[in-house]
Unconditional design. Structure first.
Length: 381
């Protein structure tokens, strides 16, 4: 089941690529990285619906998977629980735990993902995590209990245990408070930061997992509201720098919200640089239906200039409904500019033909295999 968001149904499930992963399992069977002496230690940094895709893909490679999850979500069921129960945000933790479940079709796993339209659209998993946090006094303990119930095949770590609020500034200088508001901005975000009533500290086991990783995967997912909030927690980028592994950024396929409206693949990369990742991205995966080729003259000047009027980043209110899909622009000049900064660019057709805003698990798996093999060939773990 791929899930349903039909509000008329009392019990429904968040969208997921379950059917795509079932097809992938049928195709690859027990095929793993035969050239790898030991399971790859992989850490996925992100949140939302993107991080679970990377988690489930890495599990098909029999990787030892952990997830470091942003704690800035304040929308929907999670926002209600944060506001009214005073708990840490459970939503992205729940999605990653469900992705790591031993049996996706198990009744308990399905119930954990179940969303109740008649009860303020809460999910059972969110309620369980919040109730267990209250009962134990510890979100990590609540995560561990749910992980055991689901037969989790990995570990999920919050990036911080402080109550944080995501703030943002758009390209036209507007300041926004709150993750839910920021992701729906009408103008692309230029920078984000965390605010808290108390000093923000990273969760120690999350830093340990990052430092010990062979492969660190950023995304896919919302750049400013799922990926970067983790990097803003003090100590996280230092842990990435201290790791002996490699870092892969999986660039988004398309814009469906305002936060990255009009940003090219290069501008996604530069946004990560502005938020502490300069010199830390070893590989970047970019989607393209075919190979990127230079312009007829071979000059980078033929590519659209990256310094534009802010109008390029603003969604027009008078244009009616927002387009369903707006692909992230990627061209040869972008790829060259990124590689000039020391990052290897992988250009692949990674879109799911049935869901064009989702990555195809099979193509993503092949890309992960390529990165792991390239890094071993270069002598990195």
């Amino acid at each position: 089941m791929d899930g349903s968001t039909d509000m008329s149904r009392p019990f429904k499930y968040d969208p997921a690529a379950t059917a795509a992963f079932a097809r992938l399992r049928e195709k690859v069977g027990d095929t793993v990285l035969h050239d790898t002496a030991a399971p790859v230690k992989a850490v996925v940094i992100g949140g939302g619906t993107g991080a679970p895709v990377s988690i489930r893909t890495l599990l098909t490679l029999e990787a030892d998977v952990s997830a470091v999850v942003a704690m800035a979500d304040d929308g929907g069921s999670t926002g209600i629980l944060r506001e009214e129960a005073g708990v840490l945000p459970p939503g992205d933790i729940r999605k990653c735990l469900a992705a790591m479940a031993a049996n996706d079709g198990d009744p308990l796993t399905r119930a954990f993902k179940c969303r109740f339209s008649f009860a303020r659209n809460h999910t059972l998993g969110n309620l369980m995590l919040s109730a267990l946090e209250d009962a134990t006094g510890s979100l990590p303990e609540a995560i561990a209990i749910c992980g055991r119930l689901l037969g989790s095949r990995g570990h999920v770590f919050p990036s911080t245990l402080e109550h944080v609020r995501l703030c943002a500034e758009t390209y036209d200088g507007v300041r926004i408070s709150g993750q839910a508001a920021a992701c729906k901005s009408r103008t692309a975000l230029r920078r984000v930061w965390l605010e808290s009533n108390e000093p923000i500290h990273a969760y120690g086991p999350a830093l340990d997992a990052i430092r010990e990783a062979d492969l660190i995967v950023l995304g896919p997912g919302s750049l400013f509201t799922s990926i970067i909030p983790n990097l803003l927690v003090p100590g996280v980028t230092d842990a990435i720098r201290a790791s002996c592994g490699v870092t892969l950024f999986v660039c988004s396929l398309a814009d469906m919200q305002g936060e990255t409206w009009g940003l090219s693949a290069l501008e996604h990369y530069e946004s990560l640089e502005r938020h502490g990742m300069g010199g830390l991205i070893d590989y970047m995966l970019i989607h393209s239906p075919g190979a990127l080729r230079p312009s007829a003259s071979g000059s980078r000047a033929d590519a659209p200039a990256l310094e534009h009027s802010v109008e390029r980043f603003r969604m027009k209110r008078d244009e009616g409904a927002m387009p369903v899909i707006r692909p992230v622009r990627a061209d040869y000049a972008d790829a060259c500019a990124i590689q000039d900064r020391g990052t290897v660019v992988l250009v692949r057709n990674v879109v799911d033909p049935l869901r064009p805003t989702w990555h195809n698990p099979e193509a993503l798996r092949d890309a992960f295999r390529s990165v792991i093999r390239l890094s071993r060939a270069r002598g990195i773990r």
